[in-house]
Design a protein around this ligand. Structure first.
Ligand code: NAG
Ligand code: NAG
Ligand code: NAG
Length: 235
């Protein structure tokens, strides 16, 4: 009997291991066995779906705009043209769950989620300013896309739970990875072509940065998330 009480306490404590978790405990009176459902996993799945639905509901994924144009013309004095066509930004609500497991006995959560692709596209855009009909101040064009492939976060969180249900962080491991940045942009300013510079920056400099700093990014995330969890669990 003592063991049963302890087991029930343990599961209840386990249920509060995660802020959003609540556990349903089904006690089979005849078998004296606990058959709890793993609601921690369900709650996390539900939360991820909720985040995804909120992002879509707020119109943040996708963001699409067929564009607009502004023309101002004052004869012999000013010619101004600005336009944007087919703007699109998509992918932030497409959260894929690769792994989600919660081990109630050692209070360990494994989570591995990703955004397969976040893309930013501009069909075409330009800005043209001409004064006194011969002095071309600005003639810029910009179009193309930047795509972030496979933004992935894998985390392993272990907690200790005391007899009154207080939670403390035992260990935390977070691995962040970026599959890659692909940039295919055209940017021209007053007949100078900066496209190569832009593309190299995104698909080389940024890619290398994430590759080289992987360990530091993981550690920084672990520190920040660790602090947040400790604060949440302190109350
Ligand atoms: C993070 O990567 C390290 C080294 O590759 C590995 O030992 C650790 O288990 C990984 N953690 C997670 C949560 O995937
Ligand atoms: C950081 O995360 C990346 C990507 O998952 C992994 O390859 C690397 O081993 C991790 N580094 C450490 C120190 O955990
Ligand atoms: C970067 O983008 C440019 C222009 O699209 C392309 O020529 C180049 O191969 C790309 N480099 C990498 C490493 O993807």
């Amino acid at each position: 009997m003592k063991l049963q009480v302890f087991a029930v306490l343990f599961v209840i404590a386990g249920a509060s291991a995660l802020p959003a978790a609540s556990e349903v405990v089904v006690v089979d009176e005849f078998q004296y066995q606990l058959a709890p459902k793993n609601q921690v996993v369900d709650q996390i799945k539900w939360t991820i779906e909720l985040i995804s639905n909120i992002l879509q509901g707020l119109g943040l994924d996708p963001v699409e705009w067929e564009g607009s144009e502004l023309n101002i013309e004052i004869p012999f004095l000013l010619k101004f043209n600005a336009f944007l066509e087919n703007f699109r930004y998509a992918g932030i609500s497409n959260i894929e769950i690769h792994n989600l497991e919660y081990d109630r006995f050692i209070n360990k959560l494994d989570l591995d989620v990703s955004l397969p692709e976040v893309i930013f596209e501009v069909g075409d855009s330009g800005l043209y300013i001409n004064v006194l009909s011969f002095f071309e101040i600005l003639d810029a064009e910009f179009r193309g896309s930047i795509s972030l492939k496979s933004i992935r976060v894998a985390a392993e969180v272990s907690v200790d739970i005391n007899i009154i249900g207080g939670i403390s962080l035992r260990s935390l491991s977070i691995n962040f990875s970026l599959g890659g940045v692909e940039s295919d942009l055209t940017f021209k300013l007053n007949n100078l072509d900066f496209s190569g510079l832009f593309n190299d920056f995104f698909n080389e400099t940024v890619n290398n940065f994430f590759e080289e700093k992987e360990d530091q990014i993981n550690k920084s995330l672990e520190i920040v998330v660790g602090i947040i969890l400790r604060i949440i669990w302190a109350f």
